[in-house]
Write a protein that binds this ligand. Structure first.
Ligand SMILES: NC(=O)c1ccc[n+]([C@@H]2O[C@H](COP(=O)([O-])OP(=O)(O)OC[C@H]3O[C@@H](n4cnc5c(N)ncnc54)[C@H](O)[C@@H]3O)[C@@H](O)[C@H]2O)c1
Length: 281
């Protein structure tokens, strides 16, 4: 029997700015935000999506359309990059076959390409839907049992396992950000707990890129909201200190019609995602 492998050594800290940083999902809601903000952290930002991205915005940006389900294309996409912010994929609950292509095969292709191309740091856009079937009365940390609330949440849970495996086996470090609800402002009562402002998202991505020795860290992406369900003590080494809060939006949110106590939005952390599907009956 071969000798057991030594534990993977933590990768060297990334230089600041990162020589070439890949952003997947760059045409999406958060991708458009980070496309504006990540140039501060990289000499070259390579942006990618399956959807239209327009022209490169100057000499410091490269545009490379790519389908995450295409292994060879993803390998070419990652070649020459030093770190990856992986936002691309299906971001809502959908039939399994759609999730399989973009999210499950997609995250495998990203990590395989990272291994082959020597990338040592990934920031993975995971989701609160990994733990969505916990009740809103529970307070969770990164060690709480996962209870994915659909195929989408399952795919993010798989992505986190993929991240752990590629650290244990190959020393590729990842911060998996279980993003709550990152929108310009909280749109409903549930988001009073789950909201993550764009500025706090940007800070969290920056910490996730540059903090040395993160191994595989799981962190909930939320602002400093008054009523939270998640505890980030297990990710304290990131030094993420959110600056914003959903509180200034409370009056506007609470002017909305009340949510029935039997509504999944009032029961489960994952809200309406817990009640979607089945598909294809
Ligand atoms: N916005 C949030 O509040 C939130 C919450 C939890 C998790 N997330 C995660 O963060 C990431 C970004 O979220 P978002 O709100 O910007 O989602 P989004 O749907 O707006 O963006 C996702 C992007 O991925 C692209 N994409 C889909 N399938 C692809 C494929 N096969 N190949 C290449 N690209 C593909 C889409 O074209 C889209 O531009 C997603 O991974 C999402 O699951 C977001």
């Amino acid at each position: 029997m071969p000798a057991p492998l030594p534990p993977a050594a933590p990768a060297d800290a990334l230089p600041s700015p990162i020589p070439r940083l890949l952003l997947t999902g760059a045409a999406g809601g958060l991708g458009r935000v980070l496309r504006e903000r990540l140039p501060a952290f990289a000499r070259v930002l390579r942006v990618s999506d399956i959807a239209a991205l327009g022209e490169a915005r100057g000499a410091h940006e490269e545009v490379m359309p790519c389908d995450l389900a295409d292994k060879q294309a993803v390998d070419g996409l990652v070649a020459g990059c030093d770190a990856i912010v992986h936002l691309g994929g299906v971001s809502v609950e959908r039939p399994f076959e759609e999730i399989l292509e973009a999210n499950i095969k997609g995250v495998f292709h990203i990590y395989e390409a990272a291994r082959r191309r020597g990338v040592k740091r990934v920031v993975f856009a995971s989701s609160n839907h990994v733990t969505g079937f916990h009740r809103q009365t529970e307070r969770l940390d990164a060690h709480a049992p996962r209870r994915p609330d659909g195929y989408y949440g399952l795919s993010k849970s798989f992505g986190e396992d993929m991240a752990q495996f590629y650290f244990d086996r190959y020393g590729i470090e990842t911060v998996s950000i279980r993003i709550g609800s990152s929108f310009p402002e909280p749109a409903n009562r549930r988001m009073m707990s789950t909201w993550l402002s764009y500025d706090d998202l940007t800070q969290l991505v920056q910490k996730s890129l540059f903090t040395p020795g993160v191994k595989h860290t799981v962190v909930y992406g939320m602002s400093a909201n008054a009523e939270v369900w998640w505890d980030n003590h297990a990710a304290a080494h990131l030094g993420f200190v959110p600056k914003d809060s959903s509180e200034p939006f409370r009056a506007r949110v609470e002017a909305q019609p009340p949510v029935a106590a039997t509504d999944p939005n009032a029961i489960y952390q994952g809200g309406a995602f817990t009640a979607q599907g089945p598909f294809g009956d």
